[in-house]
Design a protein around this ligand. Structure first.
Ligand SMILES: Nc1ncnc2c1ncn2[C@@H]1O[C@H](COP(=O)(O)OP(=O)(O)OP(=O)(O)O)[C@@H](O)[C@H]1O
Length: 322
């Protein structure tokens, strides 16, 4: 199975019919949520699937999960067509929707997992092994008897992940798995997904608005906007083509002197004793800029870094807007 395509999407289109003004009498209008997207995720890869609000991510995820039929195009997940082989398909994939539960509010976590065992016909010995392994890895032992409605968001998300994996799926779809979680819970979810891929070779499609999820997990990112694929590449490549600039922060021991910056550098923020400068290292090598600043009176610390990952993505979305 290694290197075979676990997810294949070809020329996928989805249009929704909506009534203007919400009235049944109003004219109908077509919204193109997916305008012919194609991508492939090889087995064992973690692919980030990102895009601004309304780009079409949820629509694509629902089609991949077998919940929604596309208007046209082909999709194969582990060689099955999700909306045609629904039962066989759901038995082979795991889906975590960060914003809604797949568990049952009034059942305990343990009861919910047992119900999934029956739904997916997981053989009893394998179920017990998986439940133990997932409870250890996701720290669920203390909450197995608690009903889902009593769980904190972080506990519920860990239970959701266990529920999505109880039947050993080869492919998992994570839709905003860290939304609303505190920092330690986010780190725990990311570590779990990394281990899962390493130990079991699970293929993961991950949508998120948290770019740190992408940085921590994704082998590559597929960017979608207005229902089209805008980029499909390793994150570093996206970063290099979008924002090659560097950021320099300089602290001064006294009031800021006149900077008289060389060409290729722009002052982007200023405090009473510090300044932030953005520069393009192709046009202005960092040592030249540092040498220039060193001539200024009262220079203290200097720090040079890359723009934050959010900045890179925001710029990429803005460059592809319209
Ligand atoms: N059931 C629906 N009926 C009509 N239009 C819809 C429906 N679901 C989504 N849309 C429209 O399709 C487009 C894509 O929406 P979708 O929810 O797939 O985007 P998204 O990338 O998941 O956005 P977000 O990041 O905000 O969740 C949007 O213009 C949205 O308004």
């Amino acid at each position: 199975m290694k290197n075979a395509a676990a997810i294949e999407v070809h020329d996928l289109r989805k249009t929704y019919q909506v009534r203007d003004g919400g009235s049944w009498r109003g004219k109908t209008r077509e919204i193109t949520a997916l305008d012919g997207i194609s991508f492939t995720v090889p087995a064992g890869e973690i692919a980030g699937f990102i895009g601004p609000n309304g780009a079409g991510k949820s629509t694509a995820i629902k089609i991949l999960a077998g919940i929604l039929r596309p208007t046209s195009g082909t999709v194969r997940v582990g060689n099955l067509i999700p909306w045609e082989n629904r039962l066989a398909h759901v038995a082979r994939i795991g889906v975590v929707f960060g914003q809604r539960t797949q568990l049952w509010w009034d059942l305990s976590v343990g009861e919910g997992l047992a119900l999934l065992r029956d739904i997916y016909s997981v053989e009893p010995a394998r179920f017990l092994r998986n439940r133990e392994r997932l409870a250890d890895a996701l720290d669920l032992h203390g909450i197995m008897d608690q009903s889902v409605r009593q769980l904190s968001l972080g506990q519920r998300m860990r239970a959701e992940i266990a529920a999505a994996l109880i039947h050993d799926p080869d492919v998992i779809i994570l839709d905003e798995p860290t939304i609303g979680l505190d920092a330690p819970s986010k780190l725990a979810v990311r570590a779990f997904v990394r281990d899962l891929r390493r130990e079991r070779g699970t293929t993961v499609l991950l949508t998120t608005h948290d770019m740190h999820d992408i940085e921590a997990l994704a082998d590559r990112v597929i960017v979608i906007g207005h229902g089209r694929i805008l980029a499909d590449s390793p994150f570093e490549a996206l970063q290099a083509t979008t924002l090659s600039e560097r950021i320099l922060e300089a602290d001064f021991t006294g009031p800021l002197p006149d900077l008289l910056l060389p060409e290729g550098a722009t002052e982007t923020a200023r405090g009473s004793r510090s300044v932030t400068i953005t520069f393009d290292p192709q046009r202005l090598p960092a040592p030249v800029l540092v040498a220039h600043l060193s001539t200024l009176p009262g220079l203290g610390d200097l720090r040079i870094g890359r723009p934050a990952i959010e900045e890179i993505i925001t710029r990429f979305y803005a460059d592809h807007a319209s």
